[in-house]
Design a binder for this molecule. Structure first.
Ligand code: SAM
Length: 286
């Protein structure tokens, strides 16, 4: 069954008495080559456990199941569960969990299904919750090898942006702490039903097996980034003075100087490494 075929999508949903749920970001793929390409690129080891977020009616799930040892697919929409029971009936290496990915105990899930092997995440993400999902995954403490996701094209550009560019943002600087991000390919809005207003792109985050940064306080590092980007038009010194609690303007100026940055620099010019350095200097001055 071609689960990207429009008539098939409509008929399996009609049989189950369900319609597309906008509140869950349901835009299903209608071009078979795309789930194939995503599945081809999402992990290098066929023995991997793949955690899929939002299987929909299962078009990407099937491709993942053909390529990898085990797929666990977490779907929030209860109405899709009976559909997935049917569309994935021939794949005995798939487990569907009806839950919200923001609430699932990721560590327990991985312990149960990984058999100690590599684990990757793969998803055509619901766009309403892209950043919170990415942050939850990287901050979970689970050692994912990679995270391959379809996101809005403009979000993809943000995730791969270089410091100092207009697209560079807090999420770019934070993700840089966990791994390297690559844009794989663009997908036009016409490849989905219902068609979203904007194009999409697939990105892969290859997570560092060991953290390459010598960091003193991760919370402080994140607070610096948050403060710098909340007021990105201001100088780093002014933004941090306004938003970073517990540090005087003089201490902040001193830390910026110790890093060798221009006193008038803006936060958007700092790389992930620079933010690590800055937070370490602040930590040492406290
Ligand atoms: N994978 C399918 C495809 O590519 O055609 C569907 C992708 S659709 C963009 C996003 C999917 O994520 C939907 O099935 C939606 O119900 C599900 N979803 C939305 N929010 C979710 C959440 N918080 N946890 C788990 N699944 C979620």
């Amino acid at each position: 069954m071609d689960l990207c075929n429009l008539s098939v999508i409509k008929s399996v949903m009609a049989d189950a008495g369900i319609t597309f749920r906008k509140e869950f970001g349901q835009n299903f793929l209608t071009n078979r080559m795309i789930p194939e390409d995503i599945a081809d690129n999402c992990a290098s080891d066929p023995e991997s456990l793949i955690l899929e977020i939002g299987p929909g009616i299962g078009c990407l799930t099937q491709e993942l199941a053909l390529r990898y040892r085990k797929v666990v697919a977490v779907e929030i929409d209860k109405g899709l569960v009976p559909v997935l029971d049917k569309t994935l009936a021939d794949y005995d290496n798939v487990t569907v969990i009806n839950d919200d990915i923001m609430k699932v105990d990721l560590e327990a899930l991985v312990n149960e299904y990984s058999e100690g092997g590599p684990v990757s995440v793969c998803a055509n993400l619901p766009y309403y919750i892209t950043t919170p999902i990415l942050m939850r995954l990287v901050e979970s403490g689970v050692r994912f090898s990679s995270i391959t996701v379809m996101v809005q094209n403009e979000v993809a550009s943000r995730l791969v942006a270089k410091e100092g560019s207009a697209d560079y943002g807090a999420i770019t600087a934070v993700l840089g702490y966990y791994g390297t991000v690559k844009k794989l390919f663009k997908v036009s809005a016409g490849c989905f039903v219902p068609a979203p207003k904007v194009d999409s792109a697939v990105v892969r985050i290859d997570l560092y097996p060991e953290c390459p940064f010598d960091i003193k306080d991760e919370g402080l590092f994140r607070d610096c980034i948050k403060a710098a980007f909340e007021m990105r038009r201001k100088t780093l010194e002014n933004a941090l003075s306004a938003k970073l609690r517990g540090y005087s303007k003089e201490t902040i100026a001193e830390a910026i100087k110790m890093c060798g940055f221009d006193p008038k620099i803006r936060g958007e010019r700092l790389s992930t490494f620079d933010f690590v350095e800055l937070s370490n200097k602040l930590y040492s001055l406290k």
